[in-house]
Write a protein that binds this ligand. Structure first.
Ligand SMILES: *[C@@H]1O[C@H](CO)[C@@H](O)[C@H](O)[C@H]1NC(C)=O
Length: 140
């Protein structure tokens, strides 16, 4: 019984920890058309979010997330993939230009998760600890 407790605790600790050392795709279709959809990973490398955390964005209280933004700029689709450090403001309207319209914006917290059309990982992050507790309850 003791070892089940320990195993569940370790798995929970791991599932909470995943924000650390996050790596995201970082590119913009305006400067590289391969950054658009469908995303072709062979042209890019995952970027370690902590390595491009600048003094301005540095804040120990925030955990990086990956972001994918799709905008219409002068009728042209522009896709941007980046690391961001504030999940709450990540998808706030950034532009006052009426020629730029946000079409789609989403954040996620798993390595390379901003490659997809839509993300499913946020759901998994909520369900995983729940699942582990359910599993523990069954064994204890
Ligand atoms: C990505 O690009 C490479 C090189 O052009 C190509 O060989 C590969 O099939 C492409 N992959 C996808 C998923 O489109």
């Amino acid at each position: 019984m003791q070892c089940v407790y320990i195993a569940v605790f370790c798995l929970l600790a791991l599932s909470i920890q995943t924000g650390a050392g996050l790596r995201c795709w970082s590119c913009a279709s305006s400067s590289d058309r391969h950054c658009g959809d469908p995303f072709n990973k062979t042209f890019f490398h995952l970027r370690d979010c902590d390595s491009d955390r600048s003094p301005q964005t540095y804040n120990r209280l925030t955990t990086p997330v990956c972001k994918k933004l799709k905008q219409l700029s002068n009728e042209q689709e522009v896709i941007e993939r980046t690391c961001v450090w504030n999940k709450e403001t990540a998808c706030a309207p950034s532009s006052v230009h009426t020629s730029v319209k946000d079409v789609f914006c989403e954040t996620c917290a798993e390595d390379g998760c901003n490659s997809a059309e839509r993300f499913a990982s946020a759901t998994l992050m909520v369900l995983l600890p729940t699942f582990l507790w359910a599993l523990a309850a069954k064994f204890l």
